[in-house]
Design a protein around this ligand. Sequence first.
Ligand SMILES: CC(C)(COP(=O)(O)OP(=O)(O)OC[C@H]1O[C@@H](n2cnc3c(N)ncnc32)[C@H](O)[C@@H]1OP(=O)(O)O)[C@@H](O)C(=O)NCCC(=O)NCCSC(=O)CCCC(=O)O
Ligand SMILES: Cc1cc2nc3c(=O)[nH]c(=O)nc-3n(C[C@H](O)[C@H](O)[C@H](O)COP(=O)(O)OP(=O)(O)OC[C@H]3O[C@@H](n4cnc5c(N)ncnc54)[C@H](O)[C@@H]3O)c2cc1C
Length: 664
Amino acid sequence: MEGVDYLADERKKTEFDVEEMKIVWAGSRHTFEVSDRMAKLVANDPVFRKDDRVMLARKDLFKNTLRKATYAWKRINELRLSEEEASKLRSFVDEPAFTDLHWGMFVPAIKGQGTDEQQKKWLPLAYKMQIIGCYAQTELGHGSNVQGLETTATFDPQTDEFVIHSPTLTSSKWWPGGLGKVSTHGVVYARLILDGQEHGIHGFIVQLRSLEDHRPLPGITVADIGMKFGSGAYNTMDNGLLRFDHVRIPRDQMLMRVSQVTRDGKIVQSDVPRQLVYGTMVYVRQTIVQDASIALSRAVCIATRYSAVRRQFGSSNGGPETQVIDYKTQQSRLFPLLASAYAFRFVGEWLKWLYTDVTQRLQANDFSTLPEAHACTAGLKSLTTSVTADGIEESRKLCGGHGYLASSGLPELFAVYVPACTYEGDNTVLMLQVARFLMKTVSQLGSGKPPVGTISYMGRIEQLMQCRCAVKKAGDWLNPNAVLEAFEARAARMSVSCAQKLSKFSNPEEGFAELSADLVEAAVAHCQLIVVSKFFEKLQQDIPGKGVKRQLEVLCGVYSLHLLHKHQGDFLATSYITPKQASLANDQLRELYSQVRPNAIALVDAFNYTDHYLGSILGCYDGNVYPKLYEAAWRDPLNDSVIPDGYEQYIRPLLKQQLRVAKL
Ligand SMILES: CC(C)(COP(=O)(O)OP(=O)(O)OC[C@H]1O[C@@H](n2cnc3c(N)ncnc32)[C@H](O)[C@@H]1OP(=O)(O)O)[C@@H](O)C(=O)NCCC(=O)NCCSC(=O)CCCC(=O)O
Ligand SMILES: Cc1cc2nc3c(=O)[nH]c(=O)nc-3n(C[C@H](O)[C@H](O)[C@H](O)COP(=O)(O)OP(=O)(O)OC[C@H]3O[C@@H](n4cnc5c(N)ncnc54)[C@H](O)[C@@H]3O)c2cc1C
């Protein structure tokens, strides 16, 4: 029972209003209320139990997921949940499933790339789940390089149809979630061919399975691609393979918002830029940034609570040992992750706003902010997923040996999360997109078109190239302007340095390839600046609740100064700071850790996660870890019998043989 009392004591140390922090974390009182209600609904329903997941064989696991998804849909209808409530409910079920791709990509692809008429035809069917869809873009041979896709869509003017075909093995669709066993339809990306001429990649709605008996339609070969990383984890999802043998679809099933194909086989471009064919990816990358803060905060919640429960060394006169959370090394590994979770939450909120803004502008035929929206979604997706994947693994290590138990929840969280570094754009490939955007911006400086939005700091390039850090004592690093200028100067100088090196190459593409590792570093510096500056912007808002703003200021300090410490090579090499100033930043960071310490448990309580959602004995709210670990061990199927299956067959003969050897 020690753990229970322990976290209660920890909670007494809190210096801020946790209930108000919950609202800040959720984004609004309304969102908090919806999340809280949906989380409890799922947690209190035994159908959504998930602690047995890692024990299930693939077929049982998959059937279990189907059962839960169907039950969730039934509840959503019975309770007449709104779209917002339904999507929260699905997320608290916390099991990757075909529904993620149906609602998260199939529907948005039709919404973003379909004409009004196409939306009117397909969306009602999808909304009622009378058809189930996936997003079939990636192929066995091509994922990152979308323009390299090989699947063809050839127009046949005789019949007014497209013929969808997989000409090679490498053109087989490979990876789409929900495709393997469930989807009846897919938005399939293919190379458009009109009268022997290629016209780039476009999306097509293709029916894959019969709505009567679920069999693949003629010409279609479809299957699951097999087991993936980890037990349980992403294996609940039926990622699929798909081949087309001259499959015919009506002409009006090409998504035609960006380009139209006329009855006589001519292509007509609308005013919308071609890049909008990639629009679904922009949308999903934005949601992935929001999900990163959720995954990271779950891991941090587990590691923080357990670090307060766990004690090692330092006992004097037979008293209790030291809580591991009190070790400065533990704090220096844990608190930056806690601060990152909050930072990603706020940048995710801002990115959602940016995405909504760009969508409204696109509807009014204003395409001016699309390049920035692409760079921000690509870069922040890359940055936040990389940090989160590493952060989950670090959280496991922060929990010592017990973190390696499935019942800690961390192995499965890691296994489910890591593909986020790859799907929806490999993180390096996406950072290179940001680098292209930065190099373009630098090359246009002085052209009379001032950079705007997240790149507006480049408009002050002369000042940023020359200024020097004014910090004289550790406390000066608490000044937001000092921190912002440091991050701006570092990002601007790294970009300019790359641009200068690039200008020495006669062939810019060759130069870009040669310098790509440096370019990625410059892009990371730019993205970190965005996160830091959005955290500062958040602090300028009116934030009610005793001590809430103060805690966020401390976390913002931890976030920015830990980055400054970690990347001090960049800050020093670009000559913005001196070694002394770098050292002062580290002194200030250490001081901030001491300020986080008494509030650490309350800061993770503010995430408002139920024990069901966390799925972790180490992270349980009451901190009653040891009895729960002990009980869970006994529930393992291996402990169903004292003598294991296989004793007679394998262990006994072995021991007998050793006896014989011993007798000799
Ligand atoms: C890497 C690129 C961006 C390269 O594109 P490209 O056209 O070959 O070449 P480029 O010269 O670099 O770009 C041409 C131009 O297009 C722009 N652009 C590129 N992407 C976008 C966008 N999304 N929005 C708006 N604009 C975009 C670029 O900035 C270029 O613009 P510019 O000519 O410089 O003005 C592209 O191939 C790509 O996006 N690859 C990544 C593939 C990917 O993300 N696949 C996702 C599959 S679905 C999935 O994984 C689902 C998982 C979900 C789950 O389970 O949760
Ligand atoms: C769990 C999961 C779910 C998925 N779901 C879907 C889905 O629903 N629908 C769908 O269509 N797809 C899906 N995908 C596919 C996913 O989008 C691709 O795997 C992803 O875009 C990466 O592409 P790739 O596999 O071709 O990687 P590759 O591009 O082959 O990457 C291999 C390596 O090459 C490097 N590399 C590649 N190009 C460059 C370059 N230009 N410069 C420098 N380095 C480079 C990468 O950094 C990486 O290190 C899913 C993938 C996973 C893992």
